[in-house]
Write a protein that binds this ligand. Structure first.
Ligand code: SAM
Ligand code: SF4
Length: 344
């Protein structure tokens, strides 16, 4: 029964809610069929290629109050940092020298960086090389989004976090689900390649709600989708809740690949933090992207979304070489291009 369902999905069949819930509840053995199907779809589209995106987490200041995140404004126990314009550009330059063709600029919701400052950063990086620039800076005005797109930003990442509106509104006292969707619509309109995504294992979330998350990504017709586990941070209101189940994340990524087909799907950093082996498995079950942090280690430690280790300090080039070797040893081939959105 699993085999039949999965093979019809490989052929394009859209499953019912019950069928999706069934796939998400499979045990390890049953899930192998799901992962195989997802791998097949991925390989048809991307072959063995995997894209490495470099991410510069340039500010840990945030006016947001998301209940799950260690960077929330209410967390007063965290030393905060901001990278200067010059420092961000230098970091990007080093990354470009090390072979990066795709850079993500991410931060908390930090109004200190106005659109002109960010615009200059984008223009200066583009002046070094025409790498793909992705912004992940949260909710901003339409004018900001328009200006930054004109300055050269190619893509924008903004997770919808959960498609359960009631849960979303409880988790985000400073904003709303409607506002999040409005931002995503505006970004699309402005011609950004748009990435969204969600967390698995949020308190109060059900398998049905995860199935709805995947369907929302389909409706949004996203170019990228980050699906990762919730990881509790002790200095947040959800600090004593259990973490998301890495195996469920793996199944969700596979389901997303079967249903959505074309988007770039990362094996997320959060998944790797909880269970490195599960992150590696994700590449065999539909994922085709991985992110590597680029900012200096003293900042990585302070970009404290959730507890994680930062490892020993090495150069951007050395870290990339090591990551490439690890990916190649899994039978993957590291892409050399920007890895733009794929249309099928
Ligand atoms: N501030 C921007 C925003 O919220 O879109 C970008 C930075 S924010 C730190 C990036 C992502 O981190 C969020 O979309 C959220 O999914 C994720 N995140 C935050 N807290 C998390 C947690 N405790 N566990 C897992 N992911 C988390
Ligand atoms: Fe701020 Fe983003 Fe964290 Fe929410 S998820 S608190 S907006 S950094």
């Amino acid at each position: 029964e699993i085999r039949e369902l999965v093979s019809s999905m490989v052929g394009g069949y859209l499953p019912t809610m019950d069928e999706m819930e069934f796939l998400l509840s499979l045990d390890w053995e049953g899930a192998q069929v799901l992962l195989e199907g997802a791998r097949k779809v991925k390989e048809e589209l991307f072959g063995p290629e995997v894209h490495i995106r470099g991410i510069i987490e340039f500010s840990s200041h945030c006016s947001g109050r998301c209940l799950y995140c260690g960077l929330r404004a209410d967390n007063r126990d965290l030393a905060r940092y901001r990278m200067e314009e010059e420092e961000i550009v230098r970091c990007a330059e080093e990354a470009i020298g090390a072979g990066y063709m795709s850079l993500v600029l991410q931060s908390g919701e930090d109004g200190w960086y106005d659109r002109w400052t960010l615009g200059r950063v984008i223009e200066r990086i583009k002046g070094i090389k025409d790498v793909a620039i992705t912004l992940s800076i949260g909710e901003r005005s339409y004018e900001d989004y328009r200006y930054l797109r004109q300055a050269g930003a190619d893509r924008f990442l903004m997770k919808h976090e959960t498609a359960d509106q009631g849960l979303y509104d409880r988790l985000h006292p400073h904003s709303s689900f409607r506002r999040r969707l409005e931002c995503l619509t505006q970004l699309k309109e402005l011609g950004y390649q748009v990435g969204s995504g969600f967390m698995v294992g949020l308190p109060g979330q059900t398998l049905r709600s995860i199935a709805r998350d995947v369907l929302l990504l389909k409706k949004l017709d996203v170019d990228m989708a980050g699906i990762g586990p919730f990881v509790p941070h002790p200095r947040t209101p959800l600090g004593d809740q259990p973490a998301g189940d890495p195996f469920l994340v793996l199944k969700t990524v596979a389901l997303a690949r079967l249903l959505l087909r074309r988007p770039h799907l990362p094996a997320t950093t959060a998944l790797g933090v909880l269970d490195r082996r599960m992150r590696d498995w994700a590449f065999h079950g539909g994922a085709n992207v991985v992110m590597q942090k680029l900012e200096p280690h003293r900042y990585r430690r302070l970009y404290d979304i959730y507890p994680k280790g930062v490892g020993e300090e090495r150069s951007i080039a050395e870290e990339r070489e090591e990551l490439e070797r690890a990916l190649e040893s899994m039978g993957l081939r590291v892409a050399r291009d920007r890895g733009d959105a794929v249309r099928v």
